[in-house]
Design a protein. Structure first.
Length: 163
């Protein structure tokens, strides 16, 4: 464990009762070792991204304070996904899923390792992540890109709807 850091975790899903799954997953984040849930955004209905021929997603962002280093935090998130029925080995990239948890930001750290990139490499391109991020962290900075609000202002947010 490290000195506590505030991290932004993206939550998403579009299989089953995604809204209930995201609420339960936020509780699971709060139960991770050395981790405390600070804020959870509203839930947002968003169109699928990447593979568009699938049901809309429900997305949110959780701000957590965590003493887990980036890699152990990612491993803990993958375990939470598995507990909620996700099997990454059997699914199509960007396809339907019960739960997707992504480390979007980990303080101001930049990490580029196999399987772990921080900030999330596509955060600045994803309205479905930026809208809830800005709700819980209006002054969020994306290392290497600048203020998250600047990235969001360049996007069409008309298809991102709070539930």
């Amino acid at each position: 464990m490290t000195e506590p850091v505030v991290a932004a975790i993206g939550l998403g899903g579009n299989v089953g009762d995604a809204a209930a799954t995201l609420r339960q997953a936020a509780q699971a984040l709060d139960a991770l070792p050395g981790t405390r849930l600070l804020r959870l955004s509203r839930l947002y209905r968003t169109p699928a991204w990447g593979v568009e021929d699938q049901p809309d997603f429900v997305n949110a962002v959780a701000l957590v304070q965590t003493a887990l280093a980036p890699r152990p935090l990612l491993e803990a998130l993958l375990e939470v996904e598995r507990r909620f029925g996700r099997d990454r080995a059997r699914e199509r990239r960007w396809g339907p899923r019960t739960l997707d948890l992504d480390v979007l930001l980990y303080g101001a750290q930049v990490v580029d390792e196999p399987g772990l990139q921080l900030p999330h490499p596509r955060l600045h391109l994803r309205a479905f992540a930026l809208a809830p991020l800005l709700e819980v962290a209006p002054d969020a900075e994306i290392p290497g890109f600048g203020p998250a609000r600047n990235a969001a202002s360049a996007m069409d947010m008309s298809n991102i709807h709070p539930l």
